[in-house]
Design a protein around this ligand. Structure first.
Ligand SMILES: [Fe+2]
Ligand SMILES: [Fe+2]
Length: 149
């Protein structure tokens, strides 16, 4: 697992308030498959956009749009990744697919809480950050020894 120190860079702080730093993509996060790595980078970019909207005190509708874009992209990415895993005969395919399904259910459940105002925007941001990075920088890295671009 990657340590927090490796991930965060300064940039998105709120003066005198809560803050979260942008995420810097590093080559060591790559698994060696061009399509998957490209999509992971794009997911991190979309997460950075969400961080920017939240820390920039944007209206809820703007934060919601950034969140929706990230979730939609993640859903499409999960399906692409599953096709690739299946095509290479990845031994943990079914387990990984179930994990993707669980992640999607989890993020929609949290989004609903945010939509209802039951959780704040910083709680949302922390959830989405951990939700995405724990998977991409840990579970997906297991694919590394099986893929060829
Ligand atoms: Fe992935
Ligand atoms: Fe995955």
């Amino acid at each position: 697992m990657t340590s927090d120190k490796d991930i965060w860079v300064s940039g998105a702080g709120l003066k005198g308030g809560l803050s979260m730093e942008y995420i810097l993509w590093k080559p060591c996060y790559c698994i060696g498959h061009q399509k998957i790595d490209g999509q992971h980078k794009q997911l991190v970019e979309l997460l950075n956009v969400l961080i920017q909207k939240v820390c920039g005190s944007c209206p809820k509708s703007v934060i919601d749009a950034a969140l929706t874009e990230l979730i939609n992209y993640a859903e499409n990415h999960f399906r692409d990744e599953e096709s690739i895993m299946e095509s290479i005969g990845y031994p943990e395919f079914l387990e990984h697919q179930r994990e993707h399904d669980r992640l999607i259910m989890e993020v929609f459940a949290f989004k609903e809480k945010f939509d209802h105002g039951w959780v704040g925007k910083f709680e949302l941001l922390e959830f989405v950050r951990d939700w995405l990075l724990n998977h991409v920088l840990d579970v997906d890295l297991k694919l590394k020894k099986y893929v060829r671009s």
